[in-house]
Design a protein. Structure first.
Length: 104
């Protein structure tokens, strides 16, 4: 978050993508979303909050996932889905990777 906050221009849009190995309701993810958390007995307040593409597109379907596509304005997600590819019993990941389409 500090690296994003200290980017050359605060107007530069951000896509922060990855397998975070943390659910939507855990402290790291909540921190990315702009919520204050407690870590090692101390409160930590993020410098800003990111938005999460899948949750914006599907607010009613925020099930367990550890993969996220976080973003800032002016990006606007218009589609997002969990990749469920299965070829001969082989999946691309051991969990639910996410893909999203944005307007910019």
């Amino acid at each position: 978050m500090d690296k994003i906050k200290n980017r050359k221009s605060a107007d530069t849009p951000v896509l922060f993508v990855g397998d975070f190995n943390a659910y939507r309701t855990t402290e790291p993810t909540l921190y990315f979303l702009g919520e204050s958390i407690e870590f090692e007995g101390k409160p930590h307040t993020p410098p800003f909050g990111l938005r999460e593409a899948y949750a914006v597109v599907h607010p009613e379907q925020t099930g367990p996932t550890i993969d996220f596509i976080f973003f800032t304005d002016p990006f606007r997600p218009i589609a997002a889905q969990s990749i469920q590819t299965n070829r001969d019993g082989v999946r691309p990941s051991d969990h639910r990777p996410i893909e999203a389409v944005f307007e910019w």
